[in-house]
Design a binder for this molecule. Structure first.
Ligand SMILES: [Zn+2]
Length: 421
């Protein structure tokens, strides 16, 4: 397996990654390209765009200027902070309740609602429907969280049509930014195709219906994209803030903690060192990330460490140590999730067999699966030396102790003895 000489991604990274002659991946090259953007010009463009939609809403005596899809996490806080408190729009917040809520996630959603004082629509799917979809999509594509993505990528569009609100403001185009699908010059916007390809794993909701899944037409309401005629009539348009504002999730998380009391995880997490992202889910996200490892041989620590390496916050060697610690970890709550979907452990692992990437997994004669490679086998070499980025002057990750200094924004990541200040 080839691994990027700068970050930690393997060549089978999803959805699609390419390597250049220097052995550096498309995600790293696109991250470099973001450094070249004229950000003041982009910010002016954002301001003009928002003002245009706000004038239009006022002329139409509309209640809302835009929709912001939210989960309640750090990005949600930052989106609403910018749109309401910096640019002065009146957004309608829309959230999709995937039913696997963690107390901290619910607390942060409530915090967002109270602190920002916006109107909020929360759409919940029925538990039996979620159970059926989770089980079916685990077997089909190895992802029990399909409904998370389908819900949050569809319900806001339905609300845009229902309430006649053309502008939807998303945070970061992170599905494609990790692997560098689009350049910053593309100014890519939300689209139905983009949603299906990157968010829904190529599966639209009506394809779920049938005897295998036990799902019926009445189950898939929140996941059906509005008709083209309705989209056109309202003029629905989805923009990503990361095309207009220099995105720095580490600093944004800290700023949202300090300003609005967004809370990161107080405890060490099993499958990543990152304490401030993906906090809303109690069980299925761990299973989702573990499945990525079982299918492709890498997990969330690879995603998070690669982002940090590209930002000059961590060396590649430090990232590899974190990947060794976290990527293969079996979630301790796997049984809880299996109970919810009514599936045995052997059924769970058997359902993954056909989805394991043969580029990375071999099966021993005794039936055990063995990962044939890892980024830990590709620590150094001339390409790694050539591709190395300088660390930022304030990158003071205290690696042996697994924490940052308290004076550093990144203390939100791994800090043993974390306490709320
Ligand atoms: Zn890379």
């Amino acid at each position: 397996m080839n691994y990027c000489a700068r970050c930690l991604y393997p060549e089978n990274a999803k959805p699609y990654i390419i390597f250049d002659d220097q052995g550096v991946c498309s995600g790293c090259r696109v991250a470099e390209a973001y450094d070249q953007v004229d950000w003041p010009q982009r910010e002016r463009l954002l301001r003009e765009t928002l003002q245009g939609y706000q004038s239009r809403a006022r002329d139409a005596h509309a209640h809302y200027d835009c929709i912001i899809p939210v989960s309640g996490g750090k990005d949600s806080h930052y989106q609403v902070h910018l749109i309401k408190n910096v640019y002065g729009l009146n957004p309608l917040l829309v959230t999709y309740n995937h039913l696997f809520n963690a107390p901290l996630g619910l607390r942060n959603l409530e915090n967002l609602f109270q602190r920002m004082s916006c109107d909020l629509v929360r759409f919940s799917s029925g538990p039996e429907t979620v159970r059926k979809i989770s089980k079916h999509m685990l077997k089909q594509v190895g992802d029990p969280t399909w409904h998370y993505h389908a819900g949050i990528l569809t319900v806001p569009i339905q609300m845009a049509v229902r309430f006649n609100i053309p502008l939807i403001i998303w945070a970061e185009n992170n599905f494609s930014n990790l692997v560098g699908t689009f350049n910053p010059q593309d100014m890519v916007e939300f689209s139905r195709k983009h949603r299906k390809d990157f968010g829904l794993r190529g599966v639209e909701a009506d394809e779920l219906i049938g005897p295998d899944s036990g799902l019926e037409w009445s189950d898939i309401g929140p996941f059906l994209y509005p008709d083209d005629d309705d989209i056109e009539r309202v003029g629905v348009r989805g923009i990503y803030l990361s095309n207009f504002i220099r995105w720095n999730e580490h600093e944004q998380a800290l700023a949202m903690h300090r300003t609005y009391d967004f809370q990161p995880s107080a405890t060490t997490r099993e499958r990543t060192f990152n304490r401030y992202a993906k906090l809303d889910d109690l069980h299925a996200n761990g299973v989702h990330d573990y499945l990525k490892y079982l299918k492709f041989g890498y997990g969330r620590a690879t995603d998070d460490a690669s982002t940090h390496i590209r930002a000059g916050l961590m060396t590649r060697e430090q990232g590899i140590e974190l990947v060794r610690k976290h990527d293969h970890a079996r979630p301790s709550d796997l049984e809880t999730w299996l109970d919810f979907v009514d599936m045995s452990e052997s059924e769970f692992f058997a359902s993954i067999d056909a989805l394991r990437d043969p580029q990375i997994w071999d099966r021993a004669p005794d039936g055990q699966w063995i990962a044939t490679d890892s980024v830990a086998n590709h620590i150094d070499g001339p390409a790694v030396t050539d591709a190395r980025l300088p660390l930022k002057p304030n990158a003071n990750y205290d690696f042996p102790r697994g924490r940052y200094a308290m004076s550093d924004p990144r203390w939100l990541l791994e800090y043993d003895g974390y306490k709320y200040l």
